[in-house]
Design a protein around this ligand. Structure first.
Ligand SMILES: CC(=O)N[C@H]1[C@@H](OP(=O)(O)OP(=O)(O)OC[C@H]2O[C@@H](n3ccc(=O)[nH]c3=O)[C@H](O)[C@@H]2O)O[C@H](CO)[C@@H](O)[C@@H]1O[C@H](C)C(=O)N[C@@H](C)C(=O)N[C@@H](CCC(=O)O)C(=O)O
Ligand SMILES: Nc1ncnc2c1ncn2[C@@H]1O[C@H](COP(=O)(O)OP(=O)(O)OP(=O)(O)O)[C@@H](O)[C@H]1O
Length: 442
């Protein structure tokens, strides 16, 4: 950390919830600066009696959301003014260390990023009963959470910083939507522009904590994310240490978070944990809902909040290329063109972008495993309908060679596998939807 001014520890300071307006405020200090992040919660969530576990749910948001401000100087020390439970501390450790792994790598800080916490650890309160209003399904607007809406159609969707895409997909699935607006302290952008460190934050950890708070206030249980198995693969390795852009979507993080969520009476799991990206796409490609999804991350920047910019597939970013590649396996070129509004596999200038999907250093984006990208491209090269597309012609042979190293084929990525924490009832519903999709494709 040499070369950076010593600002002392990052302080997780006060927080409040105004029950009349629905505004929750979370304050932090870094050096001489004070930052307050605000959540606008639907006041309808706040009309009932105060839940016993509200304080603990607010603490979880407070801890995790601090990563955005901590990263300005990344001092390696965090002081938390309120006592937290051991499970909450484990979530915070994971979020500030591995969750900021990409940030550390990009800023050439030591990897793994190490953080010491100065905090009093308290015992958790008595285990509360879960809510009775059914599942809360956080939605990102893309394919994974769209699948969850189909598998659990009696749930309630949640959008943090909703955009048109999230509203469209919830509406198309016929699921009610709870919206939470998140406002970063404007001083963060000012300090970043003045040279503060910047980089990726563990946004799924942040969304998880907000979802848990909404579940506690609204009486929902469980909180069901849609984080796929492929999210466990590291993006790159630095000095032997794995760095994962999607760390807070990993199963490791899920287990830390589930323990803290259980303390506030909320189940927490990922419905798609056993699925590769290809398996999820195989299912979504067979659903009418595919027309309503939007996975392009460029469409979810702060600029798009409040509808200041049009949301569409940019068809150039890593996530668009990856998502198109996967859907192409299950759609004809005409169907894919209709869904995405273009065909990047026909554009030879994008060949390098596709090739990066199975390179040793994957893009810092939500893309699948290297082997599944290579297998998907090799599959297209062998197909009659896609084999002539310019990019497929250029990359087919090298993708097939890359896939062969691990014996990867599309078929091998389709069966669910690996550890998960999905309750039996939801697992069966998922299996029904997957089986229905398979017969639609056959
Ligand atoms: C939309 C997006 O991908 N943004 C990433 C991008 O930020 P950019 O500057 O292009 O735009 P904004 O998101 O509007 O951010 C403006 C500044 O604000 C900072 N910031 C933003 C959100 C936040 O919670 N805290 C913040 O401090 C941000 O640093 C900017 O200075 O590049 C950033 C740096 O790499 C990324 O951190 C931005 O990612 C967002 C936090 C985000 O929501 N990204 C998701 C679409 C995303 O990456 N999801 C992952 C899930 C993995 C995980 O859980 O970490 C995925 O799809 O793989
Ligand atoms: N803004 C958000 N509000 C609430 N939940 C979100 C939000 N963004 C993402 N999520 C949750 O986090 C999970 C991971 O995000 P991710 O962006 O990978 O998924 P997605 O939008 O469902 O699919 P895709 O990978 O196609 O974008 C989502 O499945 C969803 O459960």
């Amino acid at each position: 950390m040499s070369g950076r001014p010593d600002v002392g520890a990052f302080v997780v300071a006060g927080r409040s919830l105004d029950r009349s307006t629905g505004e929750a405020a979370f304050t932090y200090r870094l050096g001489d600066d004070e930052f307050t992040e605000r959540l606008a919660l639907d006041p309808a969530l706040l009309t009932g009696p105060v839940p016993a576990q509200l304080d603990a749910a607010l603490d979880l948001v407070h801890l995790v959301t601090g990563t955005s401000y901590y990263k300005l100087a990344a001092p390696g020390r965090v002081t938390v003014e309120r006592p937290v439970t051991a499970a909450q501390l484990a979530v915070a450790r994971a979020a500030y260390t591995h969750g900021l792994g990409e940030f550390a790598a990009v800023n050439r800080l030591p990897v793994p990023h190490r953080v010491e916490f100065d905090v009093e650890v308290r015992e958790p309160g008595p285990a509360p009963a879960g809510g009775t209003r059914g599942a809360l399904l956080p939605v990102g607007g893309g394919k994974d959470s769209a699948l969850a809406l189909v598998v659990i159609p009696d749930g309630t969707a949640l959008a943090v910083n909703p955009t048109g895409a999230q509203r469209d997909v919830a509406r198309a699935a016929g699921v009610p939507l709870v919206e939470v607006r998140r406002r970063l302290d404007p001083l963060l952008a000012e300090r970043t522009a003045q040279g503060g460190l910047n980089g990726h934050v563990p946004v799924t950890a942040i969304n998880s904590s907000i979802a848990t708070l909404v579940a506690v206030l609204g009486g929902y249980d469980p909180v069901v994310f849609a984080n796929e198995r492929s999210a466990d693969e590291e993006t790159l390795t630095v000095d032997g240490a794995g760095v994962n852009h999607q760390y807070s979507k990993s199963y490791e993080f899920e287990r830390f978070f589930a323990a803290a969520a259980a303390e506030v009476g909320t189940g927490y799991f990922s419905l798609t944990r056993q699925l590769s990206e290809l398996a999820t796409v195989a299912a979504v490609a067979a659903l009418p809902l595919r027309a309503d999804i939007l996975s392009c991350n460029r469409s979810y920047t702060q600029r798009h909040l409040g509808g200041q910019a049009e949301q569409r597939w940019c068809l150039h970013c890593d996530k668009c290329l990856f998502t198109f590649l996967c859907f192409a396996v299950f759609l004809t070129p005409a169907e894919a063109q209709g869904m995405f509004g273009g065909n990047p596999l026909a554009d030879p200038s994008l060949a390098d972008g596709f090739r990066k999907l199975w390179a040793t250093e994957k893009p810092f984006d939500c893309v699948g495993e290297r082997a599944e990208s290579a297998a998907a491209m090799a599959h297209l090269a062998a197909s009659r309908s896609w084999g002539d597309a310019a990019v497929v012609r250029e990359l087919g042979a090298e993708a097939a060679a890359a896939a062969e190293v691990t014996g990867a084929t599309v078929a091998r990525f389709l069966p669910p596998r690996g550890e998960h924490a999905i309750p039996e009832r939801h697992l069966q519903s998922l299996q029904r939807v997957l089986a229905g999709a398979r017969s639609a494709v056959a």
